[in-house]
Write a protein that binds this ligand. Structure first.
Ligand code: NAP
Length: 470
């Protein structure tokens, strides 16, 4: 595939192989973009931003809505390519494709809703004969830096609102999974997006990232990825708007009054989807009071039943991790936990990039398996005394993206909602659940700002205040 820069499909000086994480085969190649490509894209995007700002809300709505239709038209081929480049099982890939269309439909609606607000200035002391209102305008050029794990869904969460708000956008997809981003740009152009309004530059973030995010022509950086790269981008970006969707080590608390059948049904989905490579995967399970033994007994057979294998095979329940080095790291953290007294109850084995779904018990909160972001298919179970300790351990993290509690007690649920440090909170579900219209984002090192088209459009626009002196 080529990248799309300054209105043209273009090759770089060199190319990069996109590998299938399951068997190492070459799925496709993409160009290795350079700082020169970034410069050309931004010069063009500045012109594209002017074109976008002149489109009416309804015209932007039509483009995004048509692009959603085109995603659904190509649903199955997109899903297969997504599985081949990322390694998630085909049913998860199909779901990601349908959500991508939904995000573009939601964004399309937001293009019609960039309304103003009348500000009652005469509420200020001594203010009379003034009329005030706000006007929301596009930022201009948005740089969208995307991670490997939802290469279609998260590109749409950035491109959809950016265009809805009347901006031009330059996408930098992850080098491991760039193909979905390229397909999104193709479909947007087919849907009628102005040719200088959308760009995609493939290539290593370490080589082109600084040139993109630090450039003053970019007025907004929206990033999803790891905490450390996020911090680096914030420093490089300087004074411009940023949205940071970063990592976590999400904890689910199980209270003694929880419905354990439900816990056992739900947790494997929320911990092992996409081989645990989801920012809100349930990584820590905090078993409160007497529930520890029953919880493990209920979960063990469910985790054992997850079949690993070829993610294109409909019978497979979990595919490979993205890179062998990450699978090896998961193994190291589990070994380290075992050396400290934890026990591997299910799984623990690795074959290349395929890491078995793993349940580790007797995990203590200071182990790396608990206190760092694992981003792999293992859950650590920790015994805690009561809800106070459970919430304290849940909060004892630099992160705060998602947290959950299983309980039949309204008091425990309300206390958890009040005291837990987390951007997303789930009662009687695992930490991994999202529908695309909701505000989504973390606290602490999990990030800044919110996604979800309605909220992202606010982040991708500037608010002007107008005062008419009558
Ligand atoms: P990553 O290594 O941080 O990479 C994310 C993106 O940043 C990639 O496109 C990467 O390019 C690029 N990049 C790397 N260095 C850069 C630089 N100096 N300047 C600009 N861009 C640079 O993350 P990942 O491994 O792809 O994704 C996993 C992480 O994303 C996890 O921490 C996960 O929790 C987080 N995540 C968060 C959310 C959320 O909504 N909060 C959702 C999904 C994932 P290359 O690929 O070329 O290195």
């Amino acid at each position: 595939m080529k990248m799309y820069v300054a209105g043209q499909w273009t090759n770089g000086r060199d190319s990069i192989d996109v590998l299938n994480p399951y068997d190492g085969s070459v799925v496709d190649t993409v160009p290795r973009g350079s700082a020169d490509d970034v410069d050309r894209a931004l010069a063009s995007a500045e012109r594209g931003a002017k074109v976008m700002a002149e489109l009416t809300g309804f015209e932007r709505y039509e483009i995004l809505h048509r692009a959603g239709d085109l995603i659904l038209r190509d649903q199955e081929s997109l899903a297969r390519m997504l599985t081949q480049e990322e390694g998630k099982i085909i049913s998860e890939a199909r779901f990601e494709v349908s959500r991508a269309a939904e995000i573009l439909y939601l964004s399309a609606e937001e293009a019609k809703r960039l309304g103003a607000e009348v500000i009652p200035l005469d509420g200020g002391p001594g203010v009379k004969d003034k009329f005030g209102f706000t006007v929301r305008v596009p930022c201009g050029v948005v740089a969208a830096v995307c991670p490997f794990n939802f290469p279609l869904h998260l590109v749409c969460h950035k491109v959809g609102p950016a265009l809805a708000a009347g901006n031009a956008v330059v996408v930098k997809p992850a080098t491991d999974t760039p193909l979905m981003g390229v397909r999104v740009i193709e479909l947007l152009l087919e849907a009628g997006a102005p040719e200088e309004a959308v760009h995609i530059i493939t290539g290593p973030g370490s080589e082109i990232g600084d040139a993109l995010v630090s450039d003053p022509r970019v007025r907004k950086v929206t990033f999803t990825g790891s905490r450390d790269i996020g911090e680096r981008i914030c420093k490089a970006a300087g004074i411009k708007k940023v949205t940071m969707e970063l990592g976590s080590n999400a904890a689910a608390i199980v209270m003694p009054d929880a419905d354990l059948d439900k816990v056992a049904e739900v947790l494997p989905q929320t911990a092992f989807a996409n081989a645990g490579q989801v920012c809100i995967s349930t990584q820590r399970l905090l078993a409160t009071g007497s529930v520890y033994g029953d919880l493990i007994d209920a979960l063990k057979p469910k985790v054992e039943a997850i079949a690993t294998g070829n993610p294109l095979d409909e019978a497979t329940g979990m595919g490979p991790m993205i890179r062998e080095s990450d699978a090896a790291r998961v193994g190291e953290w589990i070994d380290e936990a075992q050396a400290g007294g934890a026990e591997v109850l299910v799984g623990g084995g690795r074959n290349g990039q395929m890491f078995e779904p793993t349940l580790v018990t007797n995990v203590s909160p200071d182990m790396r398996l608990s206190c760092d972001e694992l981003f792999g298919p293992a859950v650590g179970v920790t015994r805690v005394a009561d809800i106070e300790e459970a919430i304290a351990i849940s909060n004892d993290s630099n992160y705060g993206l998602s947290a959950s509690i299983f309980t039949e007690s309204l008091d425990s649920a309300m206390r958890f909602i009040r005291d837990v440090d987390s951007g997303n909170i789930h009662i009687n579900w695992g930490t991994q659940w999202r529908t695309d219209l909701m505000p989504y984002g973390g606290v602490k090192d999990s990030g800044l700002g919110k996604e979800g088209p309605k909220y992202a459009v606010e982040e991708m626009t500037e608010l002007k205040m107008v005062v008419m002196h009558l």
